[in-house]
Design a protein around this ligand. Structure first.
Ligand SMILES: [Zn+2]
Length: 140
């Protein structure tokens, strides 16, 4: 479900938000008002998986990117069909065992895995995929 602003999302979702370790502010577009008003793509199943991953890891997961509006996605070099235009997350690996995070992410049902040097991209695409970002190969 698409929300054009975090205000709208907060109003609609306030009473049903049940992912204790994640807040809307971490998941909205980060273009900082350049192209949208902190737009958001709400996908409860995605959040169920993300929360299950957080619970399995037992430590905070810092998201470096989540939903992106189309213009922000393009501005930062995201692919035209990037899952970030709906919902995907990039999780910082700082302080984490990358293999543990990847293994747990597979177990909780994510299907798209982008392996980078400093982060792990996760999404829930229909056809499973795994790829390396430049500099990521050899570290995984
Ligand atoms: Zn935006």
């Amino acid at each position: 479900m698409y929300f054009r602003s975090d205000q709208e999302a907060r109003r609609v979702l306030a009473t049903t938000w049940h992912w204790p370790n994640f807040s809307l502010s971490e998941l909205v577009c980060r273009c900082a008002g350049r192209f949208c008003e902190r737009s958001y793509w709400h996908d409860p199943l995605f959040l169920d998986r993300l929360q299950a991953l957080r619970t399995a890891i037992g430590k905070p997961l810092r998201l470096t990117s989540a939903h992106r509006c189309s213009l922000w996605n393009a501005a930062i070099g995201g692919g035209a069909h990037s899952q970030h235009k709906r919902m995907a997350v990039d999780i910082s690996l700082n302080g984490h065992d990358r293999h543990q995070v990847l293994s747990a992410a597979k177990q909780v049902g994510f299907t798209g895995f982008g392996l980078a040097k400093s982060f792990l991209h996760l999404d829930a695409r229909a056809a499973p995929a795994m790829w390396y970002y430049p500099g990521g190969r050899g570290l995984w």
